[in-house]
Design a binder for this molecule. Structure first.
Ligand SMILES: Nc1nc2c(c(=O)[nH]1)N[C@H]1C(S)=C(S)[C@@H](COP(=O)(O)O)O[C@H]1N2
Ligand SMILES: [Mo]
Length: 425
């Protein structure tokens, strides 16, 4: 591994990847694209015809209409922003069709003034923008399996995305409704057929809750909550209620399906974790990752994403020798709180089989755990909040495979009773 400065300074003898032969064979004759006018203007741009395989991966639960998820192709993206058409989706009963001119948000319950807001009215409030990640609590849950799954990284870890969200701070709307002092919780309800509803502590709602209307500069996509959704930065996806229609101010949680039956975790002690809202520190190497192939020894740019619901990413360390040595990656600036953070580091592969790993630390001091540490803490009934270090083994032929740990024998994880059921959450 090497610092970026050195990589750039290597010149002819080292990092040179261009081909001198091709340069000398270059002809000055104009390519076809220079000989006739190009295509006309378009009303709404779409990706190049050569990028058609960069799509989400929709997976549906056949028993419940509209229940399932589509995975963001993280392994095919760069930077930190997820294009709107590639933001992951998680719906419990499909995407509702909502006319923004009639949609209303009701704020009621333990308030002095019950209020209803039209979308047009919310658009006249002082708007705020915030770039943050959104991650489903069930993201990466296939990593609890006994055997490391070999799907592309985005199909295992792609229930996380990052956007610039713009909307009205929830604190502003709450202040207008004047909650009573015992109003410690909010019940947020969506206008979908599932009637998604969850309990949210008032403290979080006031701290940085956002009533989002825009996503990356344009109005929300229908699948991401059009015309209005809740954004709770750094908190489990399920609390970010889409198609938001109601905020009921209450003095205790409602114990809804998605905070009792689902999104709770049975621990080895027999107790269950509930309201585990904050997403843990996590990182994922994407270049390279499972299913890719390194064409041969030489220079590669390791690149991936790190994030934490507890604050900013303080550092990401990479190991290219199965965890024996670690070295700090370069973080793309600016590093934002509760936001995807891009890390990169040049690496010279010598052609020998090895294991690549990334480990993130956040500003709260939390360090991403090894898989065995996470399994020891959470037990074998773990299903949500998987955030352990991911290992990719590079084979002699440059093939990249998913392994657990260093892949030297613990990958069979013999204590596990059986593969968990990747059902729906
Ligand atoms: N109304 C409503 N809100 C919802 C959901 C839903 O099914 N209905 N799914 C939740 C879950 S589990 C997640 S992970 C996020 C997904 O948001 P996205 O589809 O915009 O990525 O929305 C949450 N908000
Ligand atoms: Mo979720």
């Amino acid at each position: 591994m090497l610092a970026r400065r050195q990589f750039l300074g290597l010149g002819a003898g080292g990092a040179l990847l261009g081909a001198a032969g091709r340069a000398s064979a270059w002809t000055a004759s104009a390519p076809a694209s220079m000989r006739e006018p190009g295509a006309p203007f378009t009303a709404y741009g779409v990706p190049s015809e050569w990028e058609q395989e960069v799509t989400r991966l929709p997976t549906a639960n056949r028993d419940v209409p509209g229940n399932g998820a589509s995975w963001s192709p993280l392994h095919l993206l760069e930077g930190i922003i997820t294009p709107n058409g590639l933001h992951y989706e998680r719906h419990h009963n499909g995407v509702p069709r909502i006319d923004p001119t009639t949609h209303e948000l009701l704020v009621h319950g333990r308030v002095r003034r019950a209020l209803s807001f039209r979308v047009q009215e919310l658009l006249r409030y002082p708007l705020r923008s915030r770039i943050c990640f959104l991650e489903c609590g069930g993201n990466s849950n296939a990593a609890w399996h006994r055997q490391p799954i070999q799907s592309p990284a985005g199909h295992v870890h792609g229930l996380v995305s990052c956007s610039e969200w713009t909307g009205v701070p929830l604190s502003v709307v709450l202040a207008e409704a004047k909650p009573y002092t015992d109003a410690d919780w909010l019940i947020a309800e969506g206008a979908d057929a599932f009637a998604m509803h969850v309990s949210i502590p008032m403290r979080k709602a006031r701290e940085d809750g956002l009533l989002a209307l825009y996503q990356n500069g344009e109005r929300l996509r229908p699948e991401n909550g059009y015309p209005l959704r809740l954004i709770l930065p750094g908190w489990e996806g399920v609390t970010n209620v889409k198609w938001l229609r109601r905020l009921r101010v209450v003095d205790r949680p409602v114990m809804a399906r998605n905070e009792t039956y689902s999104y709770t975790e049975l621990l080895p002690s027999g107790k269950a974790r509930q309201f585990s809202h904050t997403m843990d520190v996590k990182s994922l190497l994407l270049q390279p990752s499972a299913g890719m192939r390194l064409p041969g020894p030489g220079w590669y740019l390791l690149s991936g994403l790190a994030w934490s619901g507890r604050g900013r990413i303080r550092g990401v360390e990479l190991s290219t020798d199965g965890g024996q040595h670690w070295r700090a990656a370069e973080l793309q600036q600016p590093v934002l709180s509760k936001c995807l953070t891009r890390f990169r580091l040049p690496w010279q592969w010598d052609g020998a089989p090895t294991v690549l790993m990334s480990r993130a630390t956040d500003t709260s001091g939390a360090v991403q755990p090894a898989r065995e540490q996470l399994v020891a803490a959470r037990g074998r009934h773990g299903y949500f909040h998987y955030h352990a270090i991911v290992s990719w083994a590079v084979g002699q032929a440059g093939d990249v495979r998913h392994v657990y740990g260093t892949g030297t024998g613990d990958s069979h994880d013999s204590n596990a009773p059986a593969d968990i059921d990747s059902g729906w959450f």
